[in-house]
Design a protein around this ligand. Sequence first.
Ligand SMILES: Cc1cc2nc3c(=O)[nH]c(=O)nc-3n(C[C@H](O)[C@H](O)[C@H](O)COP(=O)(O)OP(=O)(O)OC[C@H]3O[C@@H](n4cnc5c(N)ncnc54)[C@H](O)[C@@H]3O)c2cc1C
Length: 382
Amino acid sequence: MTKKYDVIIIGAGAAGLSAASVALGAGKRVLILEMGNAPARKVAISGGGRCNITNADANVDRYFGKNPDFVRGALSRYAPADVLQWCKKHNLNLEEKTTGRFFCTDGADAVVQALIQDSQGADVHYDTQITDIEKVDNMFVINDFCAPSVIVATGGVSWGAAGVSGAGYKIAKKFGHKIVPVRPALCALKISGVIADLAGITMDAEITVGKRTLRDSLLLTHFGIGGPLAYRASLNDLNNGFYLNLLPDVNVSEYLKKQKNQCGNKSIASVLSNILPKRIAKKVIGENTKNIADVSNKEIEQIAQKLTKIFIPGDKISLHGLSAAEVVRGGIDTDDVSSKTMESKLCSGLFFAGEVLDIAGDLGGFNLHWAWASGYVAGMNA
Ligand SMILES: Cc1cc2nc3c(=O)[nH]c(=O)nc-3n(C[C@H](O)[C@H](O)[C@H](O)COP(=O)(O)OP(=O)(O)OC[C@H]3O[C@@H](n4cnc5c(N)ncnc54)[C@H](O)[C@@H]3O)c2cc1C
């Protein structure tokens, strides 16, 4: 016998559970089908276990995809203030770590518990991996269940350790949707030819990619670069390379010229070590043992260039693999999905929410915010 529901949600992640809570609130009979043995496994590991739950600056500029404007509708219906309100309702304590970036000080598990509480009333089947769905006479049929509405909230395919599948893309394709090619994002960058003996250095730096300049903490690694700055850069198209500025707060040539006039008997190495980790300073000047007084202005300009306008060509850059990426770029093309309702424009009753869509957010709580907001809208309209 086929059991009937009002809404079937595939995926008990952030977006699926957000949708479930709203649909339940509207009195709907809800079924959640989840391939794993627990809900919200990515939420549980988010923010290093402290869940960066939202960002007060959630706006279209912080999102990536073929059409980032797609996020406007959902963000206007479910804003960061709504997430803060939801946390208050569940007595979750938050800390604003850097401006606008909210972490849960009770831990990510407490967020998962609150999500479970909000989805009470739904039937949940764990260890149930969906590979296909059918539509028969305005009803979606999945295994022994049917409903007039289905929300596909199967997430992205990165960080496979949390349990992922490409079933959402397959289902979307079946109903005529296009898929924007999927690739790792929010991940470290491999840069061939990088000097491995600088590995371990962390510093505030700037990357300029196209018209976008990003400022954050950078980690030099044995294979390239990591840390928040590299992660944020990885969201961009890096085919044409990028510029790295290791001293965004210093006018290097002005500084060196001033040192030349004021303390000319100091070595160039020691002058640079005042503004840079020693190992980098040494790497930049090589065998140059001159005192700063003997360094020509032309050489000074060259040193400044080497530190502040390091061009990394596109063909030297590759993304760290899917398994170590926090999200993916690409997914279900938003062209054929309504931004007001999250419903497919090609198949009525079929909804999408979260990372399965071609939307990726910046580092800082923007991805979970997208999951909450798009799930909210899908749950409202399904
Ligand atoms: C290590 C790590 C840390 C992160 N930290 C943060 C953070 O602090 N802040 C932030 O904003 N973002 C963070 N992110 C990103 C964020 O977790 C995701 O963008 C977000 O969870 C996406 O929500 P979702 O519901 O769309 O997908 P998911 O949370 O991935 O949920 C999808 C669900 O669908 C299930 N599923 C998949 N396929 C099937 C199938 N065929 N049948 C049944 N079920 C299926 C999966 O098991 C999963 O439970 C982090 C990601 C990682 C990997």
